[in-house]
Design a protein around this ligand. Structure first.
Ligand code: XIL
Length: 357
């Protein structure tokens, strides 16, 4: 008896800590109803994901899932100013090149994110001392070096990210402070000079609320078009939440599409976390409501003209990787795949989406 329990004890302990039963291969598409392999095969526009370089390099399940599901990718952080240009005359291409090679080898579109932003800047930029001309030169050199480096590899750029606040004023940032609002236009012109074939986007969050911020962005577009500033698209980040009104999203998408520019839902996720305790787990009801929300967003996107549908990109792949979980682990469940890279109800709902090709 004693011997038996000695043998059983480790097994019991292992049982307690064992991961939940996985009945299928990670990343395998379940219940798609057809032989389609992934999201990229069922929508008539590109479906993308932001990718984290460490996971792309080291996590086979993550990599496989990206190959199965997506035909567009965005570097989550690897192309930001601080990552690419850590010192005045130092460029670090390694990680971003890895992503670019991965995209090229696998016939995946690469969206560049982001050339100019208030965040993600290295210390040498935020503490830089120089004349207005020096600042203009700094911005120009960065934009042109990066765009030239990726010419032919990056299909499109978020040229400027998050330049407006919620009231529709220019958001305070180092570029505004040193160069005035003209920095936005400059960045687009410099990017265009180096890669006239790349699609150039302005990207921002909260446009779905349709308030003064959206209005300010639409005004900027009208002005840019009138004066021939080369802008090709608007990116709506859409870090959204369950309680968001889907009808508002539809209205905003249509207003943005009315500019005639390409429209990218560029950083989609649907947070379910609102006012929940830290110990909270995703239950069936919330997962179902999240699935409906995802469906509604994709349906709304489908109502804009096909020629303007640049694509829908989720901000990373699985709940395990979501930036919403970067502060408190497993805090939220905003994406289409769960913490074990298994498809969630939202994924299955999209695969059943009636707006198939
Ligand atoms: C976030 C990344 O997901 C994080 O890993 C990083 O620490 C901070 O930036 N809007 C954007 C993205 O345009 O670049 C941000 O990405 C999320 C909000």
């Amino acid at each position: 008896m004693k011997l038996l329990s000695l043998i059983m004890l480790p097994l019991l302990i292992a049982g307690v800590f064992q991961k939940p039963d996985i009945q299928h291969e990670p990343g395998q598409v379940l219940d798609s109803g057809k032989n389609d392999r992934g999201l990229k095969d069922v929508f008539r526009f590109p479906v993308g994901a932001a990718v984290k370089i460490k996971l792309l390099r080291n996590n086979k399940v993550y990599r496989k899932l990206i190959l199965e599901q997506f035909n567009s990718i965005t570097a989550e952080n690897a192309m930001k100013f601080g990552a690419l240009h850590p010192a005045p005359s130092v460029y670090r291409w390694n990680d971003a090149d890895y992503i670019a090679d991965f995209a090229a080898e696998n016939n995946i579109r690469l969206h560049g994110h982001t050339l100019i932003w208030s965040k993600g800047n290295p210390k040498w930029v935020t503490s830089y001392q120089g004349s207005r001309e020096d600042w203009e030169n700094l911005l120009k050199t960065h934009v042109q070096t990066v765009v030239s480096h990726f010419r032919g590899k990056v299909a499109s750029w978020d040229v400027v990210n998050e330049a407006f606040d919620d009231k529709g004023n220019y958001k305070s940032c180092i570029w505004l402070e040193k160069l005035g609002p003209g920095y936005i236009e400059s960045a687009f012109r410099y990017a265009y000079e180096c890669d006239p074939d790349a699609l150039l986007f302005y990207n921002d969050y909260g446009q779905e609320f349709g308030g003064r911020k959206l209005q300010a962005i639409l005004n900027m577009v009208r002005d840019f078009k009138r004066r021939g500033v080369p802008i090709s698209g608007l990116g709506l980040q859409m870090h959204t939440v369950l309680r968001m009104d889907a009808a508002k999203i539809t209205r905003a998408l249509r207003a943005v599409a009315a500019t005639g520019l390409k429209v990218h839902i560029s950083e989609l996720e649907v947070s379910v976390r609102y006012k929940k305790p830290d110990s909270f787990q995703l239950d069936e009801d919330l997962a179902g409501r999240q699935a409906t929300m995802y469906q509604e967003i994709f349906e709304a996107y489908n109502t804009i003209p096909k020629s303007q549908q640049f694509g829908v990109t989720t901000w990373n792949v699985a709940d395990a990787d979501s930036f919403r979980n970067s502060k408190i682990k497993n805090h939220d469940f905003p994406l289409l795949f769960d913490h074990n890279y298994q498809p969630k109800p939202a994924f299955r709902a999209l695969m059943r989406e009636n707006s198939r090709k």
